[in-house]
Design a protein around this ligand. Structure first.
Ligand code: AMP
Length: 630
C-alpha cells in the first residue's frame, strides 16, 4: 500500500485503521470502541480496552528476548556503562514498583521524577506505569522556582530524585534545588526517594527523605504485577511552556500512547526488535519519554540512555557508541549536529558506523547546511520530524516504513497518518489551500492516539488555549507558522506565540520575564528569542532598571547583568538564562501599552521591524538598536 492510501484510510476510516494498529500492542481486554469523539475536543481512544505501558515495554518481551539488551546506560560524566537485559530491567522495575507501593503510591497517584540521565530514572518511570501511578518528569536543568510550580500543579505523593547530575565534568547538585522547591511549594510530598550517586553530599530531612538503595535491597525479590489500566487512564503529565508564565501539564493516556508509539516505531522509525536505538535527548523532554524510554522498548529494541555531552571526551563519542553497540537508529536535535559540525570532521571517520540506518532530527527547524553536512558525513538518510510535547509523536515527517519517499531539505515532510492538518489564516481563520501560502498549522479533531488528552486538572484551559485561538474555528492550533508546497510537503516557519526554542528546548519568554522582574532593581523587562547560528535561538532580555544610575557606567551594567542572570539560573535554571541582558530607559510599546515583541525581535535580527504606526515612542526601538551596536 502506498502512503497516500495509508494516510487516507487513517483519516477516513479511523476505526478500521487504528483497530489494526492496536494489534501492535498487548491488551488484557481488547478495545471495544476504537475512536470516541462524542465530546470534542476530548477524543478517547480504545474504549473498553485494558493494557499497561510497562507490560508492553518490558514484560511481553521476556519470553522472546529476556536475555537481550533492553537498557544500555552510558555516562561519560562518571565514566560508567552498564547494560540491563529485559530480564534485569524487569527485576529492577519491580523492585522500584515495590518501593513506591511501600511509600503508599497507588493507581492515579502522581510521582514527580527530578533526575539526571541514570537508569534509576527509567526504572521509576516504568515502575509508575506498572502500578498505574502518573509520572511527571521534570527536566533536571530546571531550578527551584520552575520545579516548585510543577510540584504545586502535579501534587505528587512522592518525589524521586538524586544527589546530583553532572554536566561537562561539573557536578550539578539536585538535592538543594529540590529542597528549596519543596520549601517554596504549598503542596508537600509525603516522601522523597533519593538515589545517592556519591557525587554530592546530601542532607536528609528526617521522616521525609529516604535512601533508595536499602529499600531496593529490601525488595530484591518482590514481585509486582502490572495493573491493567483502562486505555484512557492517565499515564503521565509533562510540563511545557506557553504564553503565560504558568506551565501547562500535558496529560497523556495509556492505550492511545502505547499504540501511537508502537505504530511510529514501525511506520516512521522502522525500528526492529533486537536492534539498538540511540536517542540523545533527555528524559525530561517529550522526545525522551517517547523515544528513549517507551518507544524503543515497546518495539523490543535496546535503548541507549546517555549522560554526557556530544563533544566530551571528544566529538567522536557518539560514533564510538554507535560502533560499540551496533546502533541502527539515532535521534537527536539539529543543535547537537551544529555543535558537532564545529569540530574536526575526522571524528566522524574514526569509527565504523555502518550499522546506522538513519538519523532522525527534531525539536527545532533543521536548516539545510546542517542536514547536508551530517547526511554527507554519515551517508545515511536524515529524517526531519516535526512535533510537540502535546502530540507525543511526529506530526509531520516521512513514513518510510510505509513507503519510501524522498525527503526535501528544509521540510520535515508530510502529515502523518491520523493527523488532519490544515493551514489557516491567522486572523480570518480561512483555510489556505494554495501552494506556498503562509498560515497557522492546525489539526482538526479527532486528534490521533497518543495526542494529549487535556491540560492536567484544567479542561477549560485546554480548550481555551489550543482550540479557541483561531476565530470561528474549532481546531487545535500548533502555534507554528507553516507553508505547504505543491507536492504537499510542509515547511515550518517558527512560532506564532511567545514561545522560543533554545537548542531544541522550549521556553516561554513570559516565564523568563517573570523571573527577571523578581530582581528588585528591575522596573520592566522584555525577553525575545533571537536567531542564533548554533542554538537556533537564544533569549535576549531588555531591562528598564528602576534606577538608571545603576547602569550609567559599563561596570554597573555588567554587574547588574550578571546579577540578573544569577536570578534566572537560581529560579528557572541555566537553560533559561538569557544570552545577554541589555539596559534601556523604555520599552517599545503600542499606545495601548502592548509590548511590541515582534518589532524588538526583528531589530535584534537586523530585519525591518514592520508597521510601527501604533508605537508610542519610536525612540524606544532606536535605544535597542544602539544597545545592540554598543
Ligand atoms: P516541544 O514541545 O518542546 O517539542 O517543542 C515543540 C516546538 O518545537 C514546535 O511547536 C515547533 O515550534 C518546534 N519544532 C519541533 N520540531 C520541529 C521541526 N522538525 N522543525 C521545525 N520546528 C520544530
Amino acid at each position: 500500500m502506498g502512503y497516500a492510501e495509508f494516510y487516507r484510510r487513517s483519516v477516513e476510516e479511523p476505526d478500521a485503521f487504528w483497530a489494526e494498529q492496536a494489534r501492535l500492542v498487548d491488551w488484557k481486554q481488547p478495545p471495544q470502541r476504537i475512536c470516541d469523539d462524542s465530546r470534542p475536543p476530548f477524543t478517547r481512544w480504545f474504549g473498553g480496552g485494558t493494557t499497561n505501558l510497562c507490560h508492553n515495554a518490558v514484560d511481553r518481551h521476556l519470553q522472546a528476548r529476556g536475555d537481550q539488551p533492553a537498557l544500555i546506560t552510558i555516562s561519560t560524566e562518571t565514566d560508567t556503562e552498564r547494560t540491563y537485559t529485559y530480564r534485569e530491567l524487569h527485576a529492577e522495575v519491580q523492585r522500584t514498583a515495590a518501593v513506591l507501593r511501600e511509600l503508599g503510591v497507588g493507581r492515579g497517584d502522581r510521582v514527580l521524577v527530578y533526575m539526571p540521565m541514570v537508569a534509576d530514572a527509567v526504572f521509576a518511570m516504568l515502575a509508575c506505569a506498572r502500578i498505574g501511578a502518573i509520572h511527571s518528569v521534570v527536566f533536571g536543568g530546571f531550578a527551584s522556582v520552575s520545579l516548585a510550580s510543577r510540584i504545586d500543579d502535579a501534587r505528587p505523593k512522592v518525589i524521586v530524585s538524586a544527589d546530583a547530575g553532572s554536566r561537562g565534568g561539573r557536578v550539578v547538585p539536585y538535592k538543594p534545588l529540590l529542597d528549596e522547591a519543596i520549601r517554596l511549594a504549598s503542596h508537600k510530598p509525603s516522601a522523597v526517594l533519593l538515589a545517592d550517586r556519591g557525587l554530592a553530599p546530601m542532607e536528609r530531612v528526617p521522616g521525609r527523605d529516604l535512601d533508595w538503595a536499602p529499600l531496593r535491597e529490601k525488595h530484591l525479590h518482590t514481585e509486582v504485577p502490572c495493573e491493567w489500566l483502562d486505555a484512557s487512564e492517565v499515564s503521565y503529565t509533562l510540563y511545557t511552556s506557553g504564553t503565560t508564565g504558568q506551565p501547562k501539564g500535558v496529560q497523556r493516556d495509556v492505550g492511545g500512547y502505547a499504540v501511537a508509539l508502537a505504530a511510529s516505531m514501525k511506520h516512521i522509525f522502522q525500528g526492529e526488535a533486537g536492534q539498538t536505538f540511540f536517542c540523545a535527548s533527555d528524559i525530561g523532554w517529550v522526545v525522551g519519554h517517547s523515544y528513549i524510554v517507551y518507544g524503543p522498548l515497546i518495539a523490543g529494541m535496546a535503548t541507549v540512555l546517555y549522560e554526557g555531552l556530544p563533544i566530551r571526551p571528544d566529538a567522536a563519542i557518539w560514533w564510538s557508541i554507535v560502533e560499540k553497540h551496533r546502533v541502527s537508529l539515532m535521534f537527536t536535535s539539529p543543535t547537537a549536529v551544529r555543535v558537532l559540525k564545529k569540530h574536526d570532521p575526522s571524528h566522524l571517520k574514526k569509527h565504523d558506523v555502518s550499522t546506522l540506518r538513519g538519523l532522525f532530527l527534531a525539536g527545532e527547524p533543521l536548516d539545510e547546511p546542517t542536514a547536508r553536512w551530517i547526511s554527507d558525513a554519515l551517508g545515511v538518510p536524515i529524517i526531519d520530524n516535526y512535533w510537540q510535547t502535546e502530540s507525543g509523536w511526529p506530526i509531520l515527517t516521512i513514513a518510510n516504513g510505509v513507503e519510501k519517499k524522498p525527503s526535501k531539505f528544509g521540510s520535515p515532510g508530510v502529515p502523518m497518518y491520523g493527523y488532519r492538518i490544515k493551514l489557516l489564516h491567522e486572523s480570518t481563520g480561512q483555510e489556505l489551500t494554495g501552494a506556498d501560502e503562509k498560515g497557522v498549522v492546525v489539526i482538526e479533531g479527532p486528534t490521533p492516539p497518543g495526542f494529549m488528552q487535556t491540560v492536567w486538572g484544567d479542561d477549560e484551559r485546554y480548550v481555551r488555549t489550543y482550540w479557541e485561538s483561531i476565530p470561528g474555528q474549532h481546531v487545535y492550533s500548533t502555534f507554528d507558522w507553516g507553508i505547504r508546497d505543491q507536492d504537499g510537503y510542509y515547511y515550518i516557519l517558527g512560532r506564532t506565540d511567545d514561545v522560543i526554542n533554545v537548542a531544541g528546548h522550549r521556553l516561554g519568554t513570559r516565564e523568563i520575564e517573570e523571573s527577571i522582574s523578581s530582581h528588585p532593581a528591575v522596573a520592566e523587562v522584555a525577553v525575545v528569542g533571537v536567531a542564533d547560528q548554533v542554538k537556533g535561538q537564544v533569549a535576549m532580555a531588555f531591562v528598564v532598571p528602576r534606577d538608571q544610575g545603576a547602569v550609567a557606567d559599563p561596570q554597573g551594567a555588567l554587574k547588574l547583568e550578571g546579577d540578573i542572570m544569577k536570578v534566572v539560573d537560581q529560579q528557572l535554571g541555566a537553560v533559561a538564562r538569557p544570552s545577554r541582558v541589555r539596559f534601556v530607559s523604555l520599552l517599545p510599546k503600542t499606545r495601548s501599552g502592548k509590548l511590541l515583541r515582534r518589532a524588538i525581535q526583528a531589530v535584534c535580527e537586523g530585519r525591518d521591524p514592520g508597521d510601527l504606526t501604533t508605537i508610542e515612542d519610536p525612540t524606544a526601538l532606536q535605544q535597542i538598536k544602539d544597545q545592540l551596536n554598543a
